[in-house]
Design a protein around this ligand. Structure first.
Ligand code: SF4
Ligand code: SF4
Length: 149
């Protein structure tokens, strides 16, 4: 599962169309609206988390680009505060990419940042808020935002 956050700007002539629903219907891309400012007859701005197979997200982004939507991608990075983490293991059961795993027999919780997709699920379950999420705007509103690697 590929997850990425985008800031999207919609031209005012299409803000009233059900464009985001088409991402689900046509491209099987799940979405989570983090923030939206959309006024009739004005440019709309939306911060959207997209989830799905990488190829489907590529097609969905190409669809948005074809409609004149401008996009900026946002990188999510997750950091563990090792001072706070008391190795309870609650996050290992929820992590979909095994970036958080239990090392036996020591029962140590290992965090492999290379495997992390930035989904943020561990942030919600950690009882001591040891998992921290930060976001960085990485592409600007440029063509490169539509590229999925
Ligand atoms: S954000 Fe947390 S739960 Fe999600 S993949 Fe990364 S370590 Fe695992
Ligand atoms: S849930 Fe929090 S305290 Fe428990 S192992 Fe994971 S990061 Fe550490």
């Amino acid at each position: 599962m590929f997850t990425r956050i985008y800031i999207l700007k919609f031209p005012k002539d299409i803000v009233d169309q059900p464009i985001i629903c088409q991402l689900v219907r046509q491209f099987d891309v799940e979405f989570n609206i983090l923030k939206a400012t959309i006024l009739p007859q004005h440019e709309g701005v939306m911060i959207l988390e997209l989830r799905g197979h990488k190829e489907n997200i590529k097609k969905g982004l190409a669809y948005l680009k074809g409609l004149g939507v401008k996009a900026e991608s946002v990188a999510t990075s997750i950091h563990r505060d090792d001072e706070r983490c008391f190795q309870c293991g609650a996050c290992t059961g929820i992590c979909p990419t095994t970036a958080l795993s239990l090392k036996r027999p020591q029962m140590a919780v290992i965090f492999d940042a290379e495997k992390c997709s930035g989904c943020g699920l561990c942030v919600t379950v950690c009882p001591v808020k040891a998992m921290e999420v930060s976001q960085e705007r990485i592409s600007g509103f440029s063509e490169s935002a539509f590229e999925v690697h």
